[in-house]
Write a protein that binds this ligand. Structure first.
Ligand code: PAF
Length: 289
C-alpha cells in the first residue's frame, strides 16, 4: 500500500491507473478508521480494481466551537487497518495543499441540505461537498463509497453528482453497529462509560419506531413523539433533532410513504451523535390507529 500526501502525485497515480484500464474506487474518510470504514473499503475492493482511501480532517466542514482540533487522528494505525483491508493508496493531503492561500471556490447543494444537520450545523455540508468535489477531481474515481450513517450527506452527494454531471457511481453502505446496537463512529471515543451506555437510546428509539411502523403506524408526528419519549427517558441525552423526512429530497413528511428516513442527532455531554433508520413504506403498510 502506498501513502500519498501530494495532490499532484495522487493525480498522476490515478491517471496512470486509468491509462492501463483499471477501475478506481474511492472511500473518502476523515480517518480514525473503524469497522464501518473497513466495510466501505471491502465493498470498494469487491467492485474496483484499485482502491483509494482519503484521510483528511476537513476544516471547512467544522463550525466554530465544533471539534476540529480534538477530532481523533492516528495515521499510523489507520495505515495498518487500510492495508489489512487491501487498500492500494491512502491519500492524506495537508490542509495547506487542499486549501492554499487565496482558496475561494465552494460547492453548495441547496434544498437537500435545508433540514437535519444542514439546519443544525450551518455551513457543514458546504464544507463536505466542497472537499468531496475536490477529492473527486483529484482521484476521478469510477465509484465512491459512503456510509448510510451519514444519510443526509449521502443524499446530498448523490444530488451533487447528478446535478453537476460528475459521472461517478455513488454506493451507500449500511450502518455498522456494535453488538449492543451503537452505530460505529469515530466520535464514540469521546464518550465516558456512562455516556456510552446512555447512547444506546439512539438505536433503542429507532427500534421502537420500526415496531410502530410494523404495527401500521403511518403518522410521522406520532412516531416522532414516541422516539422523543424513549430518548428523553435517558437523563444524559439531549436531543438536537428527531425528524422524519423522505430519503431523497430530505424534506419533512406528514405520513410515511415510500422511502423514509428517520434521523436523530443527540448530545451526550459534549459529544453529538447521529443515527438513522431508512424504511420503505408502501401505502398499504400503514393505517390510522
Ligand atoms: O463522512 C465523512 O467522514 C466526511 O464528511 C467526508 C465525506 C470524508 C468529507 O470530509
Amino acid at each position: 500500500m502506498r501513502l500519498i500526501s501530494s495532490v499532484n502525485e495522487m493525480m498522476a497515480w490515478a491517471k496512470e491507473q486509468r491509462r492501463v484500464g483499471h477501475t478506481i474506487g474511492l472511500v473518502p474518510t476523515m480517518g480514525y478508521l473503524h469497522e464501518g470504514h473497513l466495510t466501505l473499503m471491502r465493498r470498494a475492493k469487491e467492485n474496483c480494481e484499485k482502491v483509494v482511501v482519503s484521510i483528511f480532517v476537513n476544516p471547512l466542514q467544522f463550525g466554530a466551537g465544533e471539534d476540529y482540533e480534538e477530532y481523533p487522528r492516528d495515521l499510523t494505525r489507520d495505515s495498518q487497518l487500510a492495508d489489512s483491508a487491501g487498500v492500494d493508496v491512502i491519500f492524506a493531503p495537508a490542509v495547506k495543499d487542499m486549501y492554499p492561500k487565496g482558496y475561494s471556490s465552494f460547492v453548495e447543494v441547496e434544498q437537500v441540505s435545508d433540514h437535519l444537520c444542514g439546519a443544525a450545523r450551518p455551513g457543514h455540508f458546504r464544507g463536505v461537498t466542497t472537499v468531496v468535489s475536490k477529492l473527486f477531481n483529484i482521484v476521478r474515481p469510477d465509484i465512491a463509497f459512503f456510509g448510510q450513517k451519514d444519510a443526509q450527506q449521502l443524499a446530498i452527494i448523490r444530488r451533487m453528482v447528478e446535478d453537476l454531471n460528475m459521472g461517478i457511481a455513488i454506493v451507500g453502505v449500511p450502518i455498522v453497529r456494535e453488538a449492543d446496537g451503537l452505530a460505529l463512529s469515530s466520535r464514540n471515543v469521546y464518550l465516558s462509560p456512562e455516556e456510552r451506555k446512555a447512547a444506546l437510546v439512539l438505536s433503542q428509539s429507532l427500534k421502537k419506531a420500526k415496531e410502530l411502523i410494523a404495527e401500521g403506524e403511518g403518522e410521522a408526528e406520532r412516531i416522532r413523539q414516541e422516539i422523543i419519549k424513549v430518548i428523553e427517558a435517558e437523563p444524559l441525552a439531549n436531543i438536537d433533532y428527531v425528524q422524519i423526512v423522505d430519503n431523497r429530497f430530505i424534506q419533512p413528511v406528514e405520513r410515511l410513504e415510500g422511502e423514509c428516513l428517520i434521523a436523530l442527532a443527540v448530545r451526550f455531554g459534549k459529544t453529538r451523535l447521529i443515527d438513522n433508520l431508512v424504511m420503505e413504506v408502501s401505502p398499504n403498510d400503514s393505517h390510522d390507529a
